[in-house]
Ligand binder design. Structure first.
Ligand code: KG4
Ligand code: ZN
Length: 360
């Protein structure tokens, strides 16, 4: 079963061909980081225009690299929710045009749900002789940590995902991106803060302990705004005045490189702890689960990966982390997850809508 996936929900223009839901025959991602860098964040209008220019060449590359003719595809899948509406429209319109002109089924995929499929993807070159990554044993805990989402799910073997908690303010990736700006680490913040933290010590001299928000005693929601503000004060000092007229005693340029690295490490330490402590709480309060399935851009974070490995071992859970290429936004996860729906005969028609928010 060969599925072409398209992904344009945010600032990556991506297409991929996936065989049997897991073996990635091609995975092409055109990032737009260069276009959004100077604004230190994604500008929706610029993102939509760039998708429009790049999508069909990216699709062509994905087919060529997979060695697959469009006629041989079994379905066209597209991320149709959640995301920036203008960006989603580009991918969904292209997918409809392809499905209609090739007379193939169309499958709209929830981007967040697809992130939870990413851990099962393997490069098709790697599968010759080797067994594909084992599917998780359900029920499982699902964790999506990305630039737009920080959510915890209970996953069941029928593909169901019941949300147990989510961020009440910033997503963890968004907090990393803001930390990148505050620490002058480069754009996008996540990978650059991760790199800067490698040389830092979270308990270095005069490095404050950054807050880990747990919310109410039973809450499985997340909050990262306090951590972000604490980092702002640690970098620039306490402000005089409020709001836009606030002035800070120093700027990031007044910090030594060592202190910047220490603060990056302290931030990464607190952000990772915040996630792992909520997982512990979910295990404590909920029925038994067998696996922990993780996805989203922040699952590429070096410290979080290490902590999750320790956590899973301590709690006798099998850990399903995506390979690095499938952590951040990609279309292979869209095509892979769509295979489950195609196998169940669950496809969409040309009325498929785009939705800014997730149903998951
Ligand atoms: O999943 P993704 O590509 O897009 C969304 O669905 O939001 O996630 C992007 C997020 C960005 O905030 C980026 O800074 C973060 O993932 N990210 C990381 C790392 N690599 C990407 N955050 C922390 N450490 C990383 N190594
Ligand atoms: Zn994503």
């Amino acid at each position: 079963m060969l599925i072409l996936g398209l992904e344009t929900s945010c600032d990556e223009t991506a297409a991929a061909v996936v065989q049997d839901g897991v073996a990635v025959r091609s995975n092409v991602v055109a990032t737009q980081h260069d276009l959004h860098q100077r604004y230190a964040g994604v500008v929706p209008e610029i993102a939509s225009r760039a998708h429009l220019e790049r999508l069909m060449p990216v699709v062509q590359d994905a087919l060529t690299q997979a060695g697959v003719a469009a006629e041989d595809l079994d379905a066209i899948a597209v991320g149709n929710r959640p995301g920036l509406v203008g960006s989603l429209i580009v991918g969904v319109s292209a997918a409809k045009a392809l499905a209609w002109s090739l007379d193939k089924p169309l499958i709209g995929v929830d981007h967040v749900r697809a992130h939870l499929h990413a851990a099962q993807l393997v490069d098709s070159g790697d599968t010759s002789g080797a067994s594909p990554v084992a599917a998780p044993t359900y029920p499982a805990l699902g964790l999506v940590v990305s630039g737009g989402h920080t959510s915890l799910y209970r996953l069941s073997d029928d593909g169901g995902a019941t949300r147990l908690g989510r961020t009440i303010d910033d997503a963890v990736g968004e907090a990393y991106d803001k930390a990148g700006v505050l620490l002058n680490a480069g754009y996008p913040g996540g990978p650059n803060v991760d790199a800067l933290a490698q040389t830092g010590d979270p308990h270095g001299p005069d490095i404050p302990t950054l807050p880990i928000s747990m919310l109410g005693a039973d809450s499985l929601d997340f909050s990262f705004s306090g951590l972000k503000t604490a980092l702002l004060y640690a970098v620039r000092g306490h402000p005089q005045g409020r709001g836009k007229s606030a002035t800070f005693p120093r700027s990031v340029d007044d910090l030594t490189d060592t202190r910047r690295a220490d603060l990056a490490a302290a931030f990464q330490h607190a952000a990772s702890q915040a996630v792992v402590r909520k997982l512990a709480r979910a295990l404590q309060h909920g029925p038994r689960v067998h696996a922990l399935v993780v996805g989203g851009g922040v699952s590429a974070n070096s410290e979080l990966r290490k902590r999750l490995a320790v956590f899973a071992q301590e709690h006798q859970l099998s850990l399903h982390l995506p390979a690095m290429a499938y952590c951040v936004d990609n279309a292979a996860m869209i095509a892979g997850y769509a295979a489950l729906r195609l196998a169940a005969g669950d496809t969409d028609d040309l009325h498929l809508p785009v939705l800014a928010t997730s149903r998951t």
